[in-house]
Design a protein. Structure first.
Length: 211
């Protein structure tokens, strides 16, 4: 058994989840091995089973942790302190940058889609944290409508879909898009331009008077 787990079990569980996400993102649920996950951590294979029961249990917890992390970061944006337009701009830019910098999260989402959301559907944690994201977006939309700057027929779930679509495609199709059209769009400047275009497209769709 590797040392350290008794002194700080919460840290060990966090380390296991971080390693598990990387391994699941690389190899998928079927291909990932507990031995390889253990090798990435400061704990043993036996302790992984102790904390998470089995590989599927670990996969679900890793999926929950991935979603919880992004939603917690969204909450820290303090969008309520900004004007509706500034808040939406900040949210779109954050989402684009977060997904670009956390490719393992996007790969986990892609893998769960391969499984037809079987594990996600069974998780109250994932459902609850994502419901909170829609609730926050509904509040932002309501503020924009009350101030007269947002259209009156905006649906929060549809808007979330639009933001996600622009941000996820940038990561999920990076390999194929680069192979077909070159890597310029994935340079630092190229990504900054794409992020600005994503913000402009979303704002252009929700504003009563487009810029």
């Amino acid at each position: 058994m590797k040392s350290g787990w008794k002194q700080d079990p919460e840290r060990v569980k966090r380390d296991i989840l971080t390693a598990a996400m990387a391994e699941f993102a690389k190899s998928g649920l079927e291909g990932a091995k507990i031995d390889d996950i253990s090798a990435r951590t400061d704990t043993s294979k036996r302790m992984i089973y102790y904390y998470f029961t089995d590989k599927e249990g670990l996969y679900v917890r890793a999926l929950e942790a991935a979603y919880a992390k992004v939603r917690a970061l969204e909450e820290k944006l303090d969008l309520a302190d900004l004007s509706p337009v500034e808040a939406l701009e900040k949210l779109v830019a954050f989402t684009f940058d977060h997904h670009r910098k956390n490719a393992d999260f996007i790969r986990m989402v892609m893998i769960e889609n391969v499984h037809h959301a079987r594990y996600l559907r069974a998780s109250d944690v994932v459902r609850d944290v994502n419901r909170e994201a829609i609730t926050r977006l509904e509040a932002l939309i309501a503020r924009g409508q009350a101030s007269g700057v947002f259209r009156d027929d905006i649906d929060a779930t549809e808007l979330h879909w639009q933001i996600s679509a622009l941000s996820v495609f940038n990561v999920s199709n990076k390999a194929t898009f680069s192979a077909l059209f070159g890597k310029t769009i994935y340079s630092k400047d190229g990504q900054a331009r794409l992020r600005d275009r994503a913000v402009a497209m979303v704002l252009g769709d929700v504003l009563k008077t487009p810029r």
